[in-house]
Write a protein that binds this ligand. Structure first.
Ligand code: SAM
Length: 319
């Protein structure tokens, strides 16, 4: 990765890159029926279902949208959505805001991701209402998930619901009461009867499981960015180490840990080092099954290292 550059370069560099990206035809999924795609910015809705996500930064769901990188233009007259939203995120150096670009946008929108249908709050939810950047990682995690699953920092249950078909029992934890209520509703909507969810603090719960000798076969850790800036990196390292150490302790031998960091201030090398230290302290022999990143529709610009923000590491604890 190139050395860090001024934040000022991010926006223009991204915009230039969109054009290059499309001209080179980097393959991206474009099946609207497969659900949402992309980096935060524009959302088209039809019959209360997600039609497409557009982005300042990459490819689009619908062929109709190709070559139209501006979010407002993306959701133009020839896209037959009922309504369109534009979502601004402070990460994009914009004020946090949701604008209705056109038509009517319901409070809640149906999004299909693989086998799961989610009811998503696009207006008030975190990020775009759904963490689309984890889409391919949920698919990867499904290759290993089994037995009792603990989904930590679960939000609407992205991992929990996707992996539930592969597991006997699933427990999801998030400190957002709204998100937890959506997990239960979305589980029922998908006919999943093996999912429970709790509004709780993951740090406390992991300690509680350790003390009460409760064990899991699969654990997902997908916390918010602990290091939002350079000054918070040391504290973030301690946080990542704590949750990974405890998760490895309560993971059954032979079990799988899917562990993520979306802090761009903690790069892949540092994250792997933290995981190695957590494994050593937990006296766990751990093998690396997969080293993954944000979905391909959340592109990484080589000259802007901050764009590689999401790390997803899949580990197996030796039997
Ligand atoms: C990156 S999001 C998780 C996305 C989710 N895994 C998915 O696939 O959709 C992080 C979540 O952590 C939750 N959170 C933050 N701190 C927490 C804590 N100490 N305990 C429990 N949940 C927490 C937030 O409410 C947020 O929903």
């Amino acid at each position: 990765m190139a050395s860090r550059q001024s934040n000022k370069l991010i926006a223009p560099a991204r915009e230039q890159w969109i054009v290059g990206h499309e001209q080179r035809g980097i393959p991206l999924a474009r099946d609207c029926s497969e659900g949402g795609f992309n980096f935060r910015l524009a959302v088209g809705i039809q019959n209360s279902k997600l039609l497409a996500y557009g982005t300042l930064c990459g490819g689009f769901l619908s062929d109709k949208w190709l070559g139209r990188p501006e979010p407002a233009a993306l959701l133009g007259a020839d896209v037959d959505e009922d309504g369109a939203l534009q979502l601004h995120d402070p990460f994009e150096c914009l004020e946090q805001r949701v604008d209705v670009l056109s038509g009517e946008v319901p409070e809640s929108v149906e999004v299909r991701e693989g086998p799961v249908t989610y009811d998503v709050d696009v207006r008030h939810g975190q990020k775009t209402g759904l963490f689309l950047d984890q889409r391919e990682n949920r698919e990867a995690a499904a290759r290993y998930a089994r037995g009792r699953l603990l989904d930590c920092f679960s939000y609407n249950g992205g991992f929990a619901l996707y992996l539930a078909r592969h597991c006997e029992a699933v427990h999801a934890i998030d400190q957002s009461g709204d998100a937890v209520a959506r997990i239960a509703a979305n589980a029922a909507r998908n006919g999943l009867t093996n999912v429970t969810a709790a509004d709780a603090n993951v740090f406390d719960e992991l300690r509680h499981y350790e003390r009460s000798n409760e064990r899991f076969d699969t654990i997902v850790l997908d916390p918010p960015a602990f290091a939002k800036n350079k000054a918070s990196v040391e504290k973030a390292i301690a946080g990542y180490k704590d949750i990974n150490l405890r998760a490895l302790r309560i993971l059954q031998p032979g079990g799988v840990l899917v562990t993520c960091s979306c802090s761009y201030n903690v790069d892949e090398m540092l994250f792997l080092q933290i995981l190695a230290e957590a494994a050593a302290d937990a006296h766990a022999h751990v093998t690396l099954l997969e080293k993954r990143m944000q979905g391909r529709d959340h592109p990484v610009l080589l000259t802007v290292p901050e764009t590689y923000y999401l790390k997803c590491v899949i580990l197996r604890k030796a039997a």
